[in-house]
Design a protein around this ligand. Sequence first.
Ligand code: SF4
Ligand code: FES
Length: 157
Amino acid sequence: MEDKKLNDKNNREYKSDDLIVYWYPSICSHAQKCWRTLPQVFDTKKRPWVTIDGADPLDIIRTVDICPSGALRYALTENSKVDPRLANGPGSMEYTASQAETVNIRVVKDGPLLVKGPARLIDPEGNVLREGDSMVLCRCGKTKNPPFCDGEHRKNK
Ligand code: SF4
Ligand code: FES
């Protein structure tokens, strides 16, 4: 099955001795949680925009865990010193929400739909665009990356 985010040439990996952070720009909703939470690591003005050694791996893990779209994910390296029990949140590449879990879809005021829970997004032709536990979907119709929110709603109120 195809997942749109896995086939993007702009995807990136940032690796330290302990941690790998994966970046899937095509599904980022530019919610800014990453760079507001940990600007010493996530800084869109810098290239590369992720400074993987800029903070303790656990702080990076906790920040990636709150990414609402799944555009950021992490995995521990083979010889990582991080306790794997502390690296199994929603941002982990290993994470899958329980199939029995209710899917929650939250309507953000003047913003997108936040999907939380195991979900499959299918296009009009029946192709799977994405399978995942977190997605941010456009509700305003202005996104340049439909059906994903790309933050355009902020300009269009
Ligand atoms: S959706 Fe995730 S990666 Fe994109 S800006 Fe928000 S927290 Fe950062
Ligand atoms: S709701 Fe975010 S771009 Fe449409």
